[in-house]
Design a protein around this ligand. Structure first.
Ligand code: 5GP
Length: 201
């Protein structure tokens, strides 16, 4: 069975990443969403085993200690990690694996899987991002401040990604991500090297 392509999609929180990914999943066949483990509390409407596997700090640390994670990081004060079994799951289904992870996680994935396809969804501006985060209303003032500070740090590192897509108009963003995945799939079939970064700003 062929190795699944690892497609890492990172974006500062509040950047509309979940909406973009939901549309990409609806439009692109053979993609599997990697379900991370997290120690953060579930948000309203989230289900264990669907958005995340919600675990305690002790459970998470035990998994990290037995090297069960492909990558893991502390994000906004909580622990998040991709278990190695997600790659297995994608391989057995013949799907490519989409990892919705942060910049620290992307860096770790690239270290062990240099051929991973990395995409950064960049907010049109930090002001737009702040407005989106506040509008979401799911976080306390303190959590919001942490997320905004982290967003600024993440955007500063976007050049480490193979592709940077400015997430302005939803339809445009989805189309670009879809085209990036399709181009990568086509080039891995033909054994070509992938194209260069798409920069819209
Ligand atoms: P949220 O708490 O809003 O669901 O996610 C917060 C951040 O954690 C997002 O940037 C998300 O991409 C990141 N994240 C989610 N799962 C993982 C993971 O398994 N590993 C890493 N490194 N980051 C993750």
């Amino acid at each position: 069975m062929s190795e699944p392509l690892l497609i890492v999609v990172a974006a500062p929180s509040g950047g509309g990443k979940s909406t973009v990914l939901a549309r990409v999943f609806a439009e692109v066949p053979r993609l599997l969403f990697s379900i991370s483990h997290s120690t953060r509390a579930p948000r309203k409407g989230e289900q264990n085993g669907r958005e995340y596997f919600f675990v305690t700090q002790d459970e998470f640390k035990a998994m990290a200690a037995r090297d069960a994670f492909l990558e893991w990081a502390e994000v906004h004060g909580n622990l998040y990690g991709t278990s190695r079994t997600e790659i297995e799951r994608a391989r057995s289904m013949g799907h490519d694996l989409v990892l919705d992870i942060d910049v620290q996680g992307a860096e770790q994935v690239l270290r062990s899987h240099p051929s991973a396809l990395t995409v950064f969804l960049k907010p049109p501006s930090i002001e737009v991002l702040k407005a989106r985060l506040r509008g979401r209303g799911t976080d306390s003032a303190q959590a919001l401040a942490v997320r905004i500070a982290n967003a600024e740090r993440e955007v500063a590192r976007c050049s480490e990604f193979r592709y940077v897509v400015v997430n302005d108009e939803l339809g445009d963003t989805v189309r670009q991500v879809r085209e990036i995945i399709e181009a990568e799939r086509a080039s891995s079939v033909k054994g070509q090297t992938p194209g260069s970064a798409i920069l819209r700003d």
